[in-house]
Ligand binder design. Structure first.
Ligand code: TXA
Ligand code: MG
Length: 319
């Protein structure tokens, strides 16, 4: 299959029309959001949604997020909009937070992987919003092959999915760089996946929230149980302040660091680390890096999301 790559100019109308036609005809379109690139299909086209699972190599028991562009659409997706949901929507949408509510019968079972709940979010990106406005609700997992780091630029989507999907809208770099915060609002509010919107920010709006450790007997966000975000290089999570011993130990290997100073390194605050983590994983792979040392941060605020992603990508810990 030839993948149509649409470059975005100032006036989006023509590109959005083409992409929206593809979605309406059961095709797959990758598009930017503020968090990461998504791989979209119409939320009501089961055949198209099946193709998403196939091209990503995604297990069928891992449900998808329904993306909407206006609040009328939410009533198609759920009949159970509660007080907490309203408050979160008011404060954070459009933006990088996904809410889980009981699903309506209009949402195909393949979207929710058979669960009676559904994940919903309104992304803060003009391209994404225009596309959804034209085609209606769109399901979109991150536009990477399952297990790989999520794409933060169209070139990452091309690397993973060129020739396998109908269209990629190339809309530059994303802002956030890690996937949305997910909060389950079907019962006691519980953060299932940490992200840019922190527990503290949420608690200001709806009061105390639980934070899932992902080790409940019933896994709440099925996606969280799979290995994720892994570059080909071996990722070591480093709690020690000093990496010089580790660098000595691996002196025969090509090493890169994230959060430390070294020859091949990226450093910055947590906002910038989150924004660049997946990009760095992919770029270090291209440069043939064999070992990536990543600095451990306290698991609070933005550090919670950073550590969540790094822990899933790493295969070793150094203290
Ligand atoms: O930022 C994002 O959320 C990006 C962009 C493209 O919007 N999307 C994204 O989708 O990260 P994906 O499919 O890569 O991750 C969705 C996560 C998975 O861990 C999945 O298990 C969880 O959401 N999820 C979806 N529906 C759920 C449900 N009904 N209950 C619990 N978890 C759910
Ligand atoms: Mg994903």
């Amino acid at each position: 299959m030839k993948t149509l790559i649409l470059k975005v100019r100032k006036n989006l109308d023509k590109e959005i029309k083409i992409a929206s036609n593809i979605i309406d005809n059961g095709g797959l379109v990758a598009f930017p959001t503020e968090t990461v690139y998504g791989l979209g299909a119409s939320a009501y086209n089961e055949k198209a949604i099946k193709k998403i699972f196939e091209v990503k190599g995604r297990p069928l028991d891992n449900p998808l997020i329904v993306h909407i562009s206006n609040l009328n659409q939410i009533n198609e997706i759920t009949n159970c909009l509660n007080e907490n949901a309203r408050k979160i929507i008011d404060k954070f949408w459009p933006g990088p937070i996904t809410i889980i509510l009981k699903k309506s019968s209009k949402v195909p079972d393949i979207v929710s992987a058979g669960l009676d709940s559904v994940a919903i979010r309104m992304p803060k990106n003009k391209i994404a919003l225009s596309l959804i406005e034209k085609s209606g609700p769109i399901v979109a997992p991150s536009a990477n092959i399952s297990g790989k780091p999520s794409p933060t630029n169209a070139s990452h989507v091309i690397d993973d999915l060129n020739g396998k999907i109908d269209c990629i809208i190339a809309g530059g770099n994303v802002n956030v760089g890690i996937e949305s915060t997910i909060i389950d609002l079907t019962e006691e509010p519980t953060i299932l996946r940490p992200g840019k919107i922190t527990p503290k920010q949420i608690e200001k709006i709806i009061g105390k929230v639980k934070i899932s450790k992902g080790d409940e007997k019933v896994v709440k966000a099925p996606g969280m149980k799979y290995k994720h975000y892994s570059p080909n290089a071996k990722v070591i999570l480093v709690y020690s302040k000093d990496v010089s011993d580790l660098i000595k130990k691996y002196k025969d290997k090509k090493i890169a660091t994230i959060g430390f100073e070294s020859e091949l390194s990226f450093n910055g605050g947590l906002n910038s680390l989150n924004k660049n983590l997946f990009r760095l994983f992919r770029e270090f792979d291209k440069q043939g890096v064999e070992i990536i040392l990543v600095k451990a941060f306290p698991e609070r605020g933005l550090g919670l999301a950073f550590m969540n992603r790094v822990k899933k990508a790493s295969s070793e810990v150094f203290r």
